[in-house]
Design a protein around this ligand. Sequence first.
Ligand SMILES: [Fe+2]
Ligand SMILES: [Fe+2]
Length: 531
Amino acid sequence: MNNSNYFLKPNVMIEPLYNQWYAWPLLIAPHTAAMNIANLHLNIMKSYVAAPQIHANAVKNPALLGGPFIDYNGGRVNEIKALMTKTTKEQAHMLEFADSVKRLDQILKSQAKGHSLEPLYPTIPENLKGYVELVYDLNNNASIRYLEGLLYRSKYYDPSLQSLSLSLIDSDDRAFALSTPRLPDEKKFHWNIPFADERIDSLFSLRDEAQPYSEVIERLGLRAEDEELFKTFLTEQPPPPQTRYDGPGINLRYFGHACVLLETKDVTIMTDPAISYRYENGIDRFTFADVPPRLDYVLITHSHQDHVMFESLLQLRHKIGNIVIPRSRGGSMEDPSLKLIFNRIGFNNVIELDEMQQIDIPGGSITGLPFLGEHCDLNIGSKIAHLIKLQDKTFLFAADSNNIEPALYKHIYETLGDIDSLFLGMECDGAPMSWLYGPLLMTTLDRAMDQSRRLSGSNFEKGWAIVNQFNCKEVYVYAMGQEPWLTYSLSIKYTEESNPIVASNKLVEACQAKGITAERLFGKKICLYCN
Ligand SMILES: [Fe+2]
Ligand SMILES: [Fe+2]
């Protein structure tokens, strides 16, 4: 390879991995990672090794989409077995941690009856001592508070388990992220690199800025034996140039799912980044090649894997000014600190936004609004909707907010008044609670309870109530997981009869009948708002 200048090809894909599993927030926080290894990863791998064909059949069955099944068509059993053995051996301390959590929970259930918890400290399993506090709620129900900051400083947080798998992508077809561990193959470059490592920023700045080959290799610190494969990821072909928006008004671009870019000449904002790569495919879309050189604010609505996509965030990190996240309760198993998660993986420019708190930005403001529901009635604080005021317009990005209490929006209306543009997710079926939170539970959930507590967003009636409460002038249904390039993250495939499609069609029609601009977004959309 000569020493001319090279860019990263626009179809280089990364999968951020933790112990070979697709990384998402609950695999970063040490206590939740332990529970996922013990109660999800090992169980899926054991089941696959015992009956690979059952998994192969289940993956093909639309009724079982997104289930705990490994997508290797019944093959690669020895490699899964090897990963299982390695995990059992090398992550023994994580398995013991998860086991001790359940034991301590049992101790609290049987012995914490409202009297002082101090006498119970000697009974705390040895490996949890000093990492937990025992606490009551005001009803004398005892629980464990995890000292997360300390856990990140212990052997339970091991950044050497983090890595990136780099490969070339040319179709939307990818195995479901949460159920299939990523195994190495000759077309994938497996880069053992902690997510906080700045070489990741050097790599992705190559999307826009070419560097001489020798410098690329030196900056990334690649080994000679990795160069042959790595060379296939580089190109001399420059991408279309990206510049900061300097036109009139507000330029809004929909990138897919809950990812929307808002630009004025003063500020650039992106919500819930989830971005496609550029390759030949039937559906037109914006890709990484369309992201402007700087994102002044990236807004995160909540910590579900389709809204905190490390895959996109790590590639954008070098462009992000501030990342605005909801404030977690922290210290609990169900709601670990999102701030610590982001800090530990190399995002140091984090702003925690509280409900009804406003931050000023050039030419406007961002206000956090309460986000109810869609979290199975768990006490989770790390969710927020964003009200963005820019110039003389207001945009509400409500993501998966489920309008289970219309009085909430009445109160907000009394404070903030009309909202011009509503962006609302309407995945109103939602998965049962165990789908995402099962590995964290202390006891198996009764099936009827599991089915009743869902990760579901607003249906027609709930969405319509929001539209009317705020006298919205335009309504966009988004965050539906409908773009095929995101199927690997959510495993949703709709038909025309699916409830979320029926409900969102109904909302769009009701809006249009009332003279409100409305559409369910899919793929790509541009709106220009000029005064
Ligand atoms: Fe969600
Ligand atoms: Fe979502």
